[in-house]
Design a protein around this ligand. Structure first.
Ligand SMILES: Cc1cc2nc3c(=O)[nH]c(=O)nc-3n(C[C@H](O)[C@H](O)[C@H](O)COP(=O)(O)OP(=O)(O)OC[C@H]3O[C@@H](n4cnc5c(N)ncnc54)[C@H](O)[C@@H]3O)c2cc1C
Ligand code: SF4
Length: 337
């Protein structure tokens, strides 16, 4: 009898209605797949590249949804949609770098369905890996993208180690710029990690992009009030100015005294397997006048050590200019790179 391959392999679908129930299901089913909005998840399942036996669907866990004020800022439930993040009045007013980043994700339909937890936890888009090729990230011992003829136009220029894939989350650098905290729970308890530590590169683990392990549930993201109302900049460059993944993006939060940069956080994504907080740039421009000289210096510093692949050398001037513009706060429409 012919084998039918045009359907997803079967799995047990579990639909908890509370966080407590979710955590006990995740503990009981060690390798269960967590399903949020499904936009990344269903790619893997429908392409039959990942074949979990158990899927835990978070869509019925109401306590994971919504944005609420806390004593020191805001708490965004993990299952809050990107549309709700982009349109939330307080996020728009006080933390607009995040609403801008969420607003630039893909299309309205994807933002209506996609969630903030899924956006920061999504996997890389490397063609080879997503097509099921047995590369390093998939547990093999080769990188198909890092060859003279590999399709690596979208890939990494920094911190690549065997795998040259990149993270493509638009909200991740904005959350790093805001010094957000990620709340992760298991049945044993909760841990709170800085946004920048949520993401990992191939030097830490080549098979995943975040610190999440089986059994972990990201429950919420906290935005401290520290950067409320700061000067923000978010910019995303993509192949088409309709819905598309970023080739690279940049997010910064800055506090000024007159023209002088007093405090700053800046992060880019699309340059490496994890969003990069640019601490050296922050240190170099702190105390400097916010002008083109500081922007030039920041851009040059940001790309130090960058190594292009065969087809992505353009990412070096791209990153240099994005960082420069982010320091200068140049409006998109008036800036030439
Ligand atoms: C056509 C298309 C275009 C896109 N363009 C962009 C873009 O321009 N910019 C951008 O940033 N993104 C883009 N995306 C990604 C999209 O925005 C979604 O954010 C992303 O795919 C996943 O969100 P989701 O809610 O659908 O999560 P899912 O796909 O369900 O989950 C994604 C991953 O996160 C894990 N996960 C989810 N929630 C939790 C949790 N609470 N705890 C533990 N693990 C969890 C899942 O197990 C899965 O591995 C695009 C996606 C598509 C399909
Ligand atoms: S870049 Fe990474 S994900 Fe892509 S083929 Fe190479 S090892 Fe695999």
């Amino acid at each position: 009898m012919a084998v039918i391959r045009d359907v997803m392999p079967t799995f047990q679908l579990l639909q908890p209605s509370s966080v407590a129930e979710t955590l006990s299901l995740l503990q009981r089913h060690g390798e269960a797949w967590v399903l949020a909005g499904g936009l990344d998840s269903f790619d893997w399942l429908k392409d039959r590249i990942k074949k979990p036996d158990v899927v835990v669907d978070l869509s019925g866990v109401d306590e994971l949804r919504g944005v609420r004020a806390i004593s020191d800022g805001l708490q965004i439930g993990a299952m809050t949609t990107l549309t709700d993040v982009a349109q939330h009045p307080v996020i728009k007013e006080k933390y607009s770098v995040l609403s801008q980043a969420a607003e630039l994700v893909a299309s309205p339909q994807i933002r209506n369905q996609g969630t903030i937890d899924g956006n920061v936890s999504q996997d890389t888009r490397c063609w080879y890996y997503r097509a099921g090729w047995p590369c390093y990230r998939a547990g093999g011992n080769i990188c198909y993208a890092d060859t003279p003829v590999g399709r690596n136009r979208e890939h990494a220029i920094l911190h690549a180690e065997r795998c040259v894939a990149v993270s493509v989350s638009d909200t991740a650098p904005a959350l790093i710029a805001l010094d957000a905290k990620f709340l992760i729970r298991t049945l044993k308890g909760e841990r709170v990690v800085d946004a920048e530590d949520y993401f990992v590169g191939p030097d830490i683990d080549i098979t995943r992009l975040t610190i999440l392990q089986h059994g972990d549930l990201l429950t919420a993201i906290r935005i401290p009030s520290t950067w409320a109302g700061a000067q923000f900049h978010f910019e995303k460059v993509r192949d088409r100015n309709v819905w598309d993944f970023p080739l690279m993006n940049v997010a910064s939060a800055m506090k000024l005294s007159g023209d002088t940069i007093q405090q700053i956080r800046i992060a880019v994504n699309g340059a490496a397997a994890r969003p990069l907080r640019l601490k050296a740039v922050e240190d170099a421009v702190r105390g400097q006048r916010r002008d083109s000289r500081a922007g030039e210096m920041a851009g040059k510093l940001a790309v130090q050590g960058a190594v292009p692949l065969q087809f992505n050398a353009y990412k070096i001037p791209l990153m240099r200019n994005l960082v420069k513009r982010s320091i200068m706060g140049v409006p998109e429409a008036t800036c030439a790179s």
